[in-house]
Design a protein. Structure first.
Length: 486
């Protein structure tokens, strides 16, 4: 089936890719040019203003020669490093790594070149230029990425995507792409094996043709990206032929392996005899239990307890004055390796909240998992602002200090939740639960139960210290936005 029907073509045309995507490399170049030019000017001004490494030799004239040459050479090095390739923009750390490495290379080449040529270059200018330049360039690229993500969430600057494979594999890939709209991939159709006669997959992706006719369908639909998932083609020769056929149509070919929720740090592609083999490192949950993370938790929780002590006093006073009840609420939670512990919180509900809970379960049709509801009648007046800003969870810093919890980790589950865990969900218990985590910075109570479990499992299997620091930084934004907090 190589000819698309009128109905199919209508569905495809409504999702035309943005032509502005072709200008992303040029936009990045303009931003880099502005940053490097500004940094060069600031370095020249700073050297003259503050007299860094001042010496009796007048080298101000050399800056007029080195400055323009450095700007051109810096941008050329960034370009040669591949930092303007279209595939880099929008996701992954490669863009930032290439810009940073190119900056280091420029500094090295400039320093060695001036030394070999016996050219007098101001050391103050040199240090200021690259100490300011590296973070400034990274900030410029970060701002471009955030702008791109915002635009894609609003439905623009997106790629038009076809997915080839078996219906089940197509839905797996389509589910990920739809769940992460900031990636900019809009799925407009799919290609299934010849024996499949369905018009669309269970997820609602329309079938536009057979995998064997990938080239003709891609060209007819005007797609600019094609994903090959499991079951797409019967041999490596077919894949090679499709790549050859599409090389003249400016279509990006992406192979989607049958693995999801694996961080890039755990994946290594090593060609062997012309066969690209993907090696996946073991899950990193054992690393999350070592002394480095524990030391970070102890120091971090102690400092936060000291810094936030005035807020603790204010919250405790308001809870006590509200209804004269206890300040702290202690609840049994399940920690690492299934051990129970008493999780501490500022009390935000009425003292008979547990009695009211059964009635709310019946009214809301509760069927398991975490129970949350907006406008919960059990929440006290001070409890509303404390929940909105997550102040009620601050006493858990004591749990972190004594080793029950970590600053970052999966959400601490209730015993009733753990009793109903599927085998895969039980992997959350490999590490200490966290005061914050991916579940909080990704929407908190707005997340479905299955989505919260998926995020926790991703964290457990792909832990890294850098990820912990990133989550802590994002937590501040999530708390003040109050998204999903109730």
């Amino acid at each position: 089936m190589t000819v698309l029907s009128d109905q199919q073509m209508q569905r495809v045309v409504t999702a035309s890719p943005s032509r502005a995507l072709r200008y992303l490399p040029a936009t990045a170049l303009v931003i880099d040019l502005a940053v490097v030019t500004a940094v060069t000017g600031l370095a020249t001004f700073g050297r003259e203003r503050f007299g860094l490494f001042d010496n009796p030799t007048d080298v101000s004239g050399s800056l007029g020669v080195v400055g323009p040459l450095m700007v051109v050479g810096w941008l050329l090095t960034i370009a040669l490093s591949g930092a303007y390739e279209k595939s880099l923009f929008g996701a992954g750390p490669d863009e930032f790594k290439r810009v940073f490495n190119a900056t280091l290379a420029t500094a090295g080449l400039l320093g060695v070149g001036c030394y070999l040529a016996s050219f007098e270059l101001s050391r103050g200018f040199f240090l200021l230029a690259f100490l300011l330049g590296a973070p400034a360039l990274l900030c410029g690229r970060f701002a471009l990425r955030r702008t791109l993500h915002t635009a894609r969430r609003r439905g623009v600057l997106r790629h038009r995507v076809l997915i080839a494979g078996s219906p089940s594999h197509i839905d797996e890939v389509a589910g990920v792409l739809r769940r992460e709209p900031w990636l900019g991939y809009q799925v407009v159709g799919c290609l299934t094996p010849a024996h499949d006669l369905s018009e669309e997959t269970q997820l609602g992706v329309p079938v536009l043709g057979n995998s064997d006719d990938a080239t003709s369908v891609v060209v007819a639909s005007g797609a600019d990206v094609i994903f090959f998932a499991g079951g797409a083609l019967s041999s490596a020769n077919q894949m090679r032929q499709v790549v050859w056929d599409l090389e003249h149509h400016d279509v990006q070919v992406v192979v989607a392996p049958n693995v999801t929720d694996i961080s890039s740090e755990r994946v290594n592609v090593r060609p062997v005899g012309g066969l690209p083999l993907m090696h996946i490192d073991p899950p990193a949950w054992s690393d999350a239990s070592r002394w480095g993370k524990r030391s970070f938790d102890v120091v971090g929780s102690a400092l936060l307890l000291l810094a936030l002590s005035p807020l603790f006093a204010l919250a405790a006073l308001q809870v006590k004055l509200a209804d004269k009840g206890p300040v702290l609420f202690r609840q049994t939670r399940i920690g690492r390796d299934g051990h129970e512990f008493s999780c501490l919180k500022f009390r935000t509900m009425v003292t008979n909240a547990e009695e009211i809970l059964k009635q709310l379960h019946e009214e809301q049709g509760y069927d398991g998992g975490l129970f949350k509801m907006k406008d919960d009648p059990r929440i006290t007046k001070p409890g509303k602002w404390m929940r909105r800003l997550s102040v009620d969870e601050l006493p858990q810093l004591v749990n972190v200090l004594r080793g029950d919890m970590s600053l970052v980790g999966p959400r601490p589950p209730l015993p009733i939740e753990v009793a109903g865990y599927a085998p895969d969900a039980a992997r959350r218990l490999h590490v200490r639960p966290g005061l914050t985590g991916l579940w909080q910075v990704s929407g908190r109570s707005d997340l479905s139960w299955s989505e919260a479990i998926r995020l926790d499992l991703y964290y457990v299997d792909n832990w890294s210290m850098l990820q912990d620091l990133s989550i802590l930084a994002r937590t501040v934004s999530a708390v003040f936005s109050s998204r999903g907090a109730y």
